[in-house]
Design a binder for this molecule. Structure first.
Ligand code: FAD
Length: 501
């Protein structure tokens, strides 16, 4: 069986392993290039981390809740000759995030950058000009890095011979890569609440602001200069729209169908093994996390150990609470900060455990989607950052965290919360790992806690195996919806379209 011949001809499909956002985007791109495409997915439906859960009249987005760079999604519809607005729509929210501080300060991060800067000054005394300067620097960092680190392969020679790349390389000294994001923020701001607000952006790719390079200060640019969006129907509508587009284009989905092996012959990926069947493939894109891609699907082949052994990003603990009343003082996105951010992150990153006073993120989609909760009720998505799974006593940590989170929310909202929880579901590092095959339950693949992290992410191809490509949050350029979509573009770009496309 293992040595069975694999025959391929012009009708042999391209195969995508995994229907996460990077897998859906890869499937659409390959179909547009003219290939018959089959997607094989372990789960019963599409989306991977970008999925939803419904219970007792409540709907919750399960994973991502903040949507930036929507043009990356639109591009897929445009490539297929469709109008994205016929599939899904998004709007901006006037307030991106409402911040609650332990000292009672409440601060709204307005969508309008100038209004945001003024609000920071009004609530904290930090001059608005300091916030504007950070957002200006953030834009500059983005413009320098996007061509090299985000939109192209770091591992292809032609990336480095392009004019825009060369221009970026000449400005590399401006990247602020050799001090931490926190160090840069304390040099910029005098109010610790503002430092904490801008340190938080390190968590957007699962990193630690006390270690991650200040280069990651590009992230506020995405949110505050380019805009944070809310997709109508919730985040899951992105998955639903891409899945519908792919099906309309003729992509064939095989759900409840785990792939057990990528079959390689003479240095070329020629097919996949599903149960006892060997399915030939013209090209294979793995959207599965890079660690299990090597360890489980490519057994016996040498793995890039230096990359696979990098520290992973943080994970998360999420409670999905169906509430029996509303909290109109909350926005769609809310942050309840810890009193000691440094201690919180030292617990997550040095001790690999949880701090008794965690920063709590609360997402209430019912604020703008009344159908997401029964009338007069809220759907609380309550999340804290956690270390990735290293065998901690999660049952104990989760039980303790639940108590700490409730105590914190009740203190900062000034009302009881626990008695109003009608339904509860939990997602945590172990179940993130089992549901999406993410190694150690990391949300974003490797962490970005050092200046060289971008170079220690697996590339989107490998010179060792022809016909095999990688797309998703654990490979270049990184995790989060926009980067996963870019990874699908970089991975499939080298695949030549079939004649006539
Ligand atoms: P994944 O979603 O990881 O999916 C991979 C798929 O491959 C899975 O469905 C899995 O079942 C399948 N698979 C694996 N192995 C096999 C196999 N052998 N055979 C068949 N199928 C297989 N990002 C943002 O942009 N904004 C946010 O606000 C945000 N918040 C987040 C909050 C949480 C709680 C989580 C979990 C993530 C969050 N993210 C956020 C990150 C974002 O969700 C991910 O970066 C992105 O969705 C990952 O997509 P992916 O393409 O890597 O695939």
């Amino acid at each position: 069986m293992r040595n069975m011949m694999v025959t391929r001809d012009s009708a042999t499909p391209a195969i995508v392993i995994g229907a996460g956002i990077g897998g859906l985007a890869s499937a659409i791109r390959l179909r547009v290039k003219g290939y018959p495409v089959g997607v094989y997915e372990t789960q019963a439906g599409p989306g991977g981390k970008l999925t939803e859960v419904r219970t007792a009249g409540y709907r919750f987005d399960m994973g991502p809740s903040l949507f930036t760079l929507p043009e990356q999604v639109d591009e897929l519809f445009e490539l297929a000759g469709k109008n994205p607005r016929d599939y899904f729509s998004y709007t901006t929210l006037p307030v991106i995030t409402r911040y609650f501080y332990p000292d009672g300060t409440r601060l709204d991060a307005w969508q309008d950058p100038e209004a945001f800067a003024q609000e920071v000054e009004a609530r904290t005394g930090e001059p608005a000009a300091h916030v504007s300067a950070l957002l200006h620097k953030s834009r500059e960092l983005y413009e320098i890095t996007r061509h090299v680190f985000l939109e192209r392969s770091l591992h292809r020679l032609d990336t480095y011979t392009r004019l825009d790349t060369l221009r970026s390389m000449l400005q590399v000294h401006k990247l602020d890569a050799f001090r931490s994001m926190h160090r840069a923020n304390i040099a910029r701001f005098r109010d610790p609440r503002v430092v904490q607000l801008f340190d938080r952006y390190a968590t957007y790719n699962g990193s630690d602001p006390y270690q991650a390079p200040a280069t990651l200060s590009i992230i506020p640019h995405l949110e505050h200069n380019l805009g944070a969006y809310y997709p109508q129907g919730g985040m899951y509508s992105i998955t639903r729209a891409l899945h519908r587009l792919a099906e309309e284009l003729g992509v064939v989905f095989h759900f409840d169908t785990p792939v057990s092996e990528i079959v390689v012959r003479d240095g070329t990926a020629v097919g996949i093994r599903v149960g006892d069947a060997l399915i030939p493939a013209a090209h294979i894109v793995s959207n599965a996390d890079i660690v299990p891609t090597y360890r489980r699907l490519l057994p016996g082949l040498p793995a890039p150990e230096a990359i696979l052994s990098q520290p992973r990003s943080s994970s998360a603990l999420i409670f999905y609470w169906g509430m029996d009343r509303q909290w109109p003082e909350t926005e769609v996105h809310n942050i309840f900060f810890s009193a000691d951010y440094q201690a919180e992150f030292a617990h997550i990153w040095q001790s690999q455990t949880l701090w008794h006073d965690p920063t709590v993120y609360l997402y209430v989609s019912a604020r703008v989607e009344p159908g997401d909760a029964p009338a007069g009720c809220d759907n609380f998505f309550v999340m804290i950052n956690t270390p990735c799974d290293q065998g901690q006593d999660w049952d104990r940590l989760i039980a303790e965290a639940r108590t700490h989170i409730l105590r914190k929310l009740e203190a900062m909202l000034g009302t009881p919360v626990a008695p109003h929880i009608r339904t509860e579901q939990i997602l945590e590092p172990r179940t993130i790992a089992t549901r999406t095959s993410s190694w150690q339950g990391a949300l974003y693949g490797n962490s970005s806690n050092n200046a060289f992290a971008a170079f220690m992410r697996h590339p989107n191809t490998t010179s060792r195996i022809k016909g095999l490509y990688f797309a998703g949050g654990s490979v270049h350029p990184g995790g989060g919806i926009p980067l996963c979509l870019l990874s699908a573009r970089i991975a499939t770009d080298p695949i030549v379209a079939l004649p006539g496309q």
